[in-house]
Design a protein around this ligand. Structure first.
Ligand code: FAD
Ligand code: PYC
Length: 403
């Protein structure tokens, strides 16, 4: 029967690079592809190439655990994450591609008095920011998540921050949907093409060297997550970014047993159930910088132990697969969307452990920055200058994932 699947039209073209583009975006992850998409859709700039050293979506975009939420503490963060969450609501219609957005609800458990106070503060802030979250007590947690153990043993569940319109989406589909839309607008997505050098003249970018030859450009957007420092070095500046492995794993598939996403940040683990039935699990980053795309064993052990305590029924599950990605972290755990010391080079990075949820909002804001040469309201606070000015946007608690 599969012979009827032959001859399908390719979702995106795979052209050879042209000599020159108005804009080159390096990195065909979600953020790079979304940047290109909104450059075309909102700003009418379509002479664009997205250059990817591997396959599109093969970086963190295809390796994350797909949690979408916007319950951040600081106003600039709430604005960009909520913009992204709102765009997710009808992204499937916008791209005419089913990204399987599932706003099934997200809980961040409060398991110490300190955590309870912190999340209540976030709920108050979110309500002022127009982000819909609320605090719920332990019984409502139990009603929403019958498999949870709210009694401990180490840390009882004292309540949870609940975002009803948080949830998940299919990560590959987000990349594929943006890629197809970009290709349909006439943009070139060039895979298996590594940027190896950045050429400048008189302090302005003029092009890149790649494994497929030199390509000229008017503007360059560097959107390469864990490799941001590597690309910045090619252009002759430094970024306040550290790269480390973050990993996740999934169990064998089981019948539906949990229809919300739960993050248990004190014991340190989070879990959701995929549409296939696998329990999707993750914990913290490795405590040392590296580019391994694997992750250390002790995290698997500690996180699984924490989740068995929180959800005792998973103790007999077999784990199927484990993988890692290289996350790009700033000191204040907030992203960088910024001009750089080199003219017409822009950088979008620092989403760290939490940038899947922000892809549409980040792409929207980055496209505005690249098109106009100046940040719009969503990106304005996320410039590199904040590290010189000491104007940090501290989201270390909202990040949820220890790093
Ligand atoms: P990527 O998807 O990594 O794309 C960057 C691309 O740049 C890569 O494809 C890479 O190959 C390419 N590249 C690098 N160097 C070059 C070069 N020299 N030339 C050409 N191309 C180059 N976020 C959430 O919001 N929710 C979650 O639940 C969540 N869970 C996570 C779980 C794990 C295990 C991991 C690793 C991350 C998780 N994240 C989560 C974070 C999220 O995945 C990232 O923040 C986000 O995907 C970053 O997207 P990106 O497009 O910036 O990067
Ligand atoms: O940012 O919500 C998040 C997240 C969950 C797991 C990894 N990152």
């Amino acid at each position: 029967a599969l012979r009827f699947h032959a001859g399908w039209e390719k979702a995106w073209k795979s052209p050879e690079p042209k000599k020159r583009y108005d804009v080159i975006v390096v990195g065909a992850g979600g953020h790079g592809l979304a940047t290109a998409y909104y450059l075309g859709k909102v700003h009418g700039i379509t002479n664009v190439a997205v250059i990817e050293k591997g396959w599109l979506g093969g970086g963190n975009t295809g390796r994350n655990t797909t949690i979408i939420r916007s319950n951040y503490l600081q106003d600039p963060s709430a604005a960009i994450y909520e913009k992204a969450r709102a765009l997710y609501e009808d992204l499937s219609q916008d791209l005419n591609y089913n990204v399987m957005f599932s706003p099934r609800g997200l809980l961040m458990l409060g398991q110490t008095e300190h955590e309870v106070r912190g999340y209540k503060r976030t709920v108050y802030a979110n309500n002022l920011q127009g982000v819909e979250t609320r605090w719920i007590g332990p019984q409502e947690v139990k009603d929403l998540v019958p498999i949870i153990n709210i009694d401990g043993p180490r840390y009882p569940v004292l309540g949870a921050l609940y975002q009803e319109r948080g949830g998940t989406a299919r990560h590959d589909a987000v990349a594929w949907g943006y890629a197809r839309a970009c290709s349909n607008m006439g943009m070139d997505i060039i895979q298996q093409c590594e940027v190896t050098g950045i050429r400048t003249e008189g302090g302005q970018v003029v092009g890149v060297d790649t494994s497929k030859g030199s390509i000229d450009c008017g503007k360059l957007a560097i959107v390469v997550a864990g490799h941001s420092s590597v690309l910045a070095e090619m252009a002759g500046f430094r970024l306040p970014i550290e790269s480390a492995a973050l990993q996740a794993w999934v169990s064998e598939p089981i019948k539906p047993c949990m229809d919300v996403v739960v993050m248990a940040n004190t014991v340190h683990g989070y879990m959701s159930q995929s549409d296939k039935g696998e329990m999707v699990i993750g914990g913290g980053t490795d405590g040392f910088n590296n580019y391994t795309q694997r992750g250390s064993w002790h995290h698997v052990e500690e996180t699984t132990r924490a989740l068995v305590e929180t959800f005792p029924i998973i103790s007999r599950l077999k784990m199927l697969r484990q993988w890692g990605g290289i996350v790009d972290m700033t000191g204040d755990r907030s992203p960088i969307l910024s001009k750089t010391p080199v003219g017409n080079i822009f950088v979008n990075c620092g989403w760290g452990t939490g940038g899947f949820k922000s892809i549409p909002g980040s792409g929207f804001a980055m496209a505005e920055l690249v098109a106009k040469g100046e940040p719009g309201p969503l990106a304005a606070e996320f410039g590199l200058n904040r590290f010189k000015e000491g104007r940090f946007i501290d989201e270390s608690v909202a990040a949820g994932v220890a790093h």
